[in-house]
Design a protein around this ligand. Structure first.
Ligand SMILES: *[C@@H]1O[C@H](CO)[C@@H](O)[C@H](O)[C@H]1NC(C)=O
Ligand SMILES: *[C@@H]1O[C@H](CO)[C@@H](O)[C@H](O)[C@H]1NC(C)=O
Ligand SMILES: *[C@@H]1O[C@H](CO)[C@@H](O)[C@H](O)[C@H]1NC(C)=O
Length: 353
């Protein structure tokens, strides 16, 4: 091979190989307001050779006071039926993108978490294309608060931690026990609004010490409505103002029951029916005052109480169901728990104004 031919191959091949050698994001690229595009720095789509297989790791570093979050946009220009892009989300679940006529998907990476994008083509070159853009934002980590104890219920309307137009807000609960987070609301409220899925995350732990990340999608109707932390910390992260309401309990409070439910009280009367050793925690997120009507007690004797707080001995008893109350009861409280010890009964609740 003559020198000229060698020079030609070198000049031709090197830039091409460089563009596709699985280059990762440099830590110096992680700056507030910076957007990193790859594999091409101008953000345009890259055509892939055959037998391509790269994993791009995208992380958002943090310490206990300051961190970064990232919005990741994947442009999917896959053409080959066997080519794919596998996105491992921050929750650990994987989403496989296949040829679909140039679609764009976005993913979020919260402080202290990592997302990976694996791009794979098979041996036959199908002119598949892709591009990834990562937009970094510097953020201040939200406060740590002690979980309330005794007769005080721990509830949060996530939109109340958003400060105006801020895109990022968080709060970390600290407890002596493991924490049970229960989504307040019906599955219907959340499952059919896919817009909420990547606007709110729950971290088992703190930003700089994470056990697992949950997103609202993890609470679809066929899945659980709650989870118990491994850590003694629970962090709630909100990236947009959406109606997501939660109730938190120390695990010992939950373990005494077959089921513990958390529900919002609204101005529309809702009907509930209980049979087992259950606790129903109700919160009037918008105002104060809850009206309860016992529609029917089916089994006597009935051991059930309504308490002004979470289901523990320190919460004051508002009503004992040893006889059937004949008229609706109005309680001047923001929250209460209906505790049934195997009593079989039906009741309704609404807000009082
Ligand atoms: C990407 O992350 C995975 C999992 O943490 C790790 O095993 C792999 O070495 C990382 N790859 C690069 C290029 O940093
Ligand atoms: C966290 O990082 C920020 C900026 O990156 C720095 O100013 C701050 O001192 C760090 N805090 C801790 C507790 O390390
Ligand atoms: C009930 O609440 C909804 C939502 O908060 C509100 O739009 C509606 O006007 C209320 N209805 C009554 C009768 O107060």
């Amino acid at each position: 091979m003559g020198n000229l031919t060698f020079l030609f191959i070198t000049l031709f091949l090197v830039p091409y190989a460089n563009a596709l050698d699985c280059t990762q994001i440099w830590s110096s690229d992680i700056r507030d307001g910076n957007t990193v595009n790859f594999p091409k720095s101008d953000g345009s789509m890259q055509t892939l050779p055959g037998n391509f297989n790269c994993v791009y790791n995208i992380s958002a570093p943090t310490n206990s006071t300051n961190g970064f979050y990232a919005i990741v946009t994947v442009k999917n220009g896959l053409q080959g039926a066997n080519d794919y892009i596998l996105v491992k989300k921050i929750t650990g679940t994987q989403q496989k993108l296949v040829s679909s006529g140039n679609k764009v998907e976005t993913f979020k990476v919260i402080p202290g978490s990592q997302l990976s994008v694996q791009v794979v083509t098979k041996s036959v070159v199908m002119n598949s294309q892709f591009a990834v853009s990562v937009e970094y934002h510097g953020v201040v980590i939200g406060p740590k608060v002690q979980m309330k104890t005794g007769a005080e219920m721990n509830y949060l309307d996530v939109k109340t931690i958003n400060h105006g137009s801020d895109l990022f807000s968080s709060v970390t609960y600290v407890s002596k026990e493991h924490i049970v987070l229960t989504l307040a609301g019906t599955e219907f409220d959340y499952h059919y609004d896919s817009n909420v899925y990547d606007t709110c995350y729950f971290i088992d732990g703190t930003f700089d010490n994470q056990q697992k990340i949950y997103e609202v999608d993890d609470f679809a109707p066929d899945k659980d409505r709650d989870f118990t932390t491994i850590a003694h910390h629970l962090t709630i992260v909100s990236l947009q103002e959406k109606v997501i309401q939660v109730v938190l309990n120390p695990v010992s409070e939950v373990q005494q029951f077959d089921d513990l439910y958390a529900l919002p009280v609204t101005n529309t009367s809702e009907n509930y029916y209980t049979t087992n050793n259950d606790a129903y925690e109700f919160v009037n997120f918008d105002s104060v005052g809850i009206v309860m009507e016992v529609v029917k007690v089916i089994t006597w004797p009935c051991r059930a109480v309504v308490v002004a707080g979470p289901p523990n001995a320190e919460s004051k008893v508002l009503l004992s169901l040893d006889s059937n109350p004949t008229k609706p009861q109005t309680f001047n409280v923001k929250y209460l728990t209906v505790v049934s010890y195997g009593c079989n009964f039906e009741f309704t609740l609404r807000s009082s104004n």
